[in-house]
Write a protein that binds this ligand. Structure first.
Ligand code: F42
Length: 327
């Protein structure tokens, strides 16, 4: 099992992310994933700062997308980060947040097909090839080639696909080295992993890294951990399709109330509406012993990398220290 940690450079600034990553590295956490949202600090400079302050931690966007950046831009960034970090760069890329992109006047047409082309072009550019026209729909480059950056060589840059839907999960198996699946509950991996496995078998792929991109809250006090997890569980529940809510046996009427309270920014009401069921469905939350058990359950479900995702807990430094003891 490998472990990762996620930071959202909106609620923490660059200096804090760097300090948390240094602490995570000292606790033998393997990967740092930095989220990418247009309204937050950009993940690229944050990752550069992390690379310059660490020596063993691998790091990358968790996740970028091919609507707000281009394959050439992502390839150039990934190779530059790889150069700065002496070979520790990874690249998390996904279909993009379909609810946010229209705010940027981007019509997220055919996100899956676009993502597939982007991954192919990124890999071709990172290999040093001159990428010629081949009749692609979105990124039909015409003689593009990376010439002014150190290329990663045979190893390439590991590409992790952020995926939840079945088509993107399949794409991850076909074209990715790993997946970052926004889920914390073994029930979701029981659905996702067979799709990925079938795709890997189709292309004869071995050693695929199944990442559980969890929402985690750890504290010595169970109640304090649950309190910190509630708002994240609420947002995930509110944004989840009905089928997913039913998979976890959630009360649809209660989730609708949570959604309304979030829309009114009535976070007090949200706290009263979120039950243990929403917390169990969408987060791993509790004392170190509880978290250890939840990680064992995810391992049994076939997960190979557990990413400790936001909020981490009421106190992030304390959380990282506690996580260092349970791995
Ligand atoms: C596109 C969408 O894929 P999805 O896997 O469900 O995507 C949901 C999220 O993963 C996506 O919004 C991510 O960008 C969210 N996300 C982040 N989003 C961000 O904006 N920033 C982040 O930092 C971020 C991190 C992150 C980490 C892990 C993770 O799993 C997701 C993360 C979907 O609807 N897929 C379906 C249907 C796709 C489909 O049919 N679409 C096309 C047709 C097919 C085609 O595209 O060619 C269409 O709409 O016309 C499917 O996979 O089956």
């Amino acid at each position: 099992m490998t472990y990762g940690i996620e930071f959202v450079p909106g609620n923490v600034n660059v200096k804090q992310v760097v300090n948390y990553c240094k602490l995570a590295e000292s606790k033998d956490i393997d990967y740092a994933w930095i989220t990418n949202h247009y309204n937050n600090r950009h993940c690229y400079p944050v990752l550069t700062a992390v690379a310059q302050a660490t020596t063993t931690l691998k790091m990358g966007p968790g996740i970028m997308n091919s609507f707000t950046d281009t394959p050439a831009g992502m390839a150039s960034f990934a190779c530059t980060l790889n150069e700065i970090s002496d070979g520790r760069a990874v690249l998390g890329i996904g279909p993009g947040d379909l609810s946010t992109l229209p705010k940027l006047a981007i019509d997220p047409v055919k996100p899956v097909a676009r993502l597939g082309e982007a991954i192919d072009q990124i890999r071709a550019l990172c290999s040093g090839a001159e990428v010629k026209k081949s009749g692609l729909e979105f990124f039909d480059y015409d003689g593009a080639k990376l010439t002014g950056v150190t290329l990663p060589g045979k190893k390439g840059i590991p590409v992790y696909v952020g995926a939840q839907g079945p088509k993107v999960l399949e794409l991850a198996g076909l074209k990715g080295d790993g997946a970052l699946i926004n889920a914390s509950n073994p029930k979701d991996f029981a659905v996702a992993i067979p799709i990925i496995k079938a795709a890997c078998e189709k292309v004869g792929k071995k050693g695929f890294d199944v990442g559980a991109y969890t929402a985690l809250s750890i504290d010595q006090d169970q109640k304090k951990a649950e309190k910190a997890a509630k708002i994240v569980a609420a947002f995930i529940a509110a944004g989840s399709p009905e089928a997913l809510l039913q998979r976890h046996g959630l009360d649809l009427a209660n989730v609708a109330k949570i959604k309304d309270a979030l829309a009114r920014f009535d976070f007090g009401a949200v706290g009263g509406l979120v039950t243990e069921k929403e917390i169990a469905a969408f987060t791993i939350c509790g004392t170190p012993d509880v978290i250890r058990q939840k990680c064992e359950d995810l391992t049994k479900a076939g997960v190979t990398q557990i990413i400790f995702g936001s909020p981490l807990g009421p106190d992030m430094t304390n959380s990282i220290r506690l996580l260092g003891k349970i791995m």
